[in-house]
Design a protein around this ligand. Sequence first.
Ligand code: MG
Ligand code: MG
Length: 281
Amino acid sequence: MFGRDRIEYKTPEQVRVMRRAGLVVADALAAVRAEVRPGLTTADLDAVAADVIRSAGATPSFLGYHGFPATLCVSVNDEVVHGIPGPRVLEPGDVVSVDCGAIVDGWHGDSAMTVVLDAADPLDVALAETTERAMWAGIAALAGADRLGAVGEAVEDVVDSAAAAGANGGTRFGIVQEYVGHGIGSAMHQPPEVLNYRARDRGAKLKPGMCVAVEPMLVRGARDTRVLADDWTVVTTDGSRASHWEHSVAVLPTGVVVLTAHDGGAARLGELGVQVADLGS
Ligand code: MG
Ligand code: MG
């Protein structure tokens, strides 16, 4: 849907502003993680994030985006992405995916996490952990690759190894294909698309200044999705549970840095043998 020729390459100064937006998003998600529990509504989570973003002097990316009515997307259980916060009360064992975006001085950050509430089904925990691991593997792949297609290859490798280890009780986690990662910068969604699966076309060439959101979505059943009557909420067609993890990442001349992680991705990328690049000042 996006041409490769419209990629926005950022200057180091622009990436540093995006880092500020990324840290606001990281703070908002950390606050939600600290609060989320059974008995709260998804609207309660939205209020927590909205407060963090407004207190930082930033602007929510999602509120008003094509008419979206909230600060967060909160997607529970069989909801994959784009769930609208509201009166739904969270229950023990729920799989809660929280997606957040913020704007600082015109530049965006975008990140998502999945939290499995206490009394969890171990297979739901495996789903969320595998999705997070797939995201980090995709980000690590950006550090050494020549083409963006390395992300989808890394995600598929993690899903394959999880299947080999029996993580989903004998079946392979599904990889959602209708929704993919994207370029990010002066707009939340820009070219290029970042696929979460192997494709013959290995995608755009990786170049310094490219900033992308890496965001795999895995499901316990079939990968097919549909959109609910609210025109936003994406659910699995078979009702199986879903997980979504996302970080915004900058490609610099010296490597990658995760703009929406407090540590820039140092801990998780370090485990994968990737050193985080220096953003400068
Ligand atoms: Mg997002
Ligand atoms: Mg995104």
